[in-house]
Design a protein around this ligand. Sequence first.
Ligand SMILES: CC(=O)SCCNC(=O)CCNC(=O)[C@H](O)C(C)(C)COP(=O)(O)OP(=O)(O)OC[C@H]1O[C@@H](n2cnc3c(N)ncnc32)[C@H](O)[C@@H]1OP(=O)(O)O
Length: 209
Amino acid sequence: MGYIIFGAGGHGKVVFDNLRSMGAEIIGVMDDQWPEEKWRGVPYLGGINQFDKIATNHINALYIIAIGQNSIREKIAFFFEQKGVLFGKAIHSSAVISADACIGDGTVIMANSVVNADARIGRHVIINTGTTVDHDCNVKDYVHLSPGVHLAGGVEVGSNTHIGIGACLIPQVKVGREVIIGAGGCVVHNIPDSVTAIGCPAKVISKNQ
Ligand SMILES: CC(=O)SCCNC(=O)CCNC(=O)[C@H](O)C(C)(C)COP(=O)(O)OP(=O)(O)OC[C@H]1O[C@@H](n2cnc3c(N)ncnc32)[C@H](O)[C@@H]1OP(=O)(O)O
């Protein structure tokens, strides 16, 4: 079964490399703004408005929504879900995933990442380059863990939260939904929903809209 990537931006390029490392067939790319016929050697299939035609031509395709922004990824995934498509997973061949971890559909896991035993990773999550998710973590849908993030054991991350590059979370902390943790942050206390927190120890600096 081949894959269709939605999103020809920087994140899409890395997802493409994940699929290539898996030896997967890449049918093509969809994007609303790509003006050329080819992208990274695979066909440009069209934008979201051409979905019905594309789906008819590729009935067994698995889709990956390769959009870095959590809220936009969620909206597009919702649109595709209504159409009844199947989502794939794009897990780089160098990632180490416990046989006892659970990874949701649509999730992408970049090179040199580790997901340890009994971790639960939701749908359409991004586990970016060199990130580690330790045992018993619970990472909800549409989360983005940026490159070099480290979650210790038993950490919970609420849906649509973005953890900035290089942040660390100590065991058992709970970060709410729609949170932003700034780059390099060190989370040692629970963080409520819909706030931005930065620093070490991470402190709330603002509420998110
Ligand atoms: C492959 C990829 O690229 S994946 C993408 C990874 N992306 C990231 O990790 C981005 C993470 N984003 C950040 O850390 C951002 O700086 C945010 C979200 C915390 C804040 O962004 P903004 O709201 O635009 O804040 P802004 O840049 O205006 O800074 C506000 C203040 O906070 C400080 N600040 C910003 N980020 C941080 C941080 N991570 N840690 C400590 N202080 C910070 C700034 O120095 C500034 O302080 P000042 O007013 O004294 O000068």
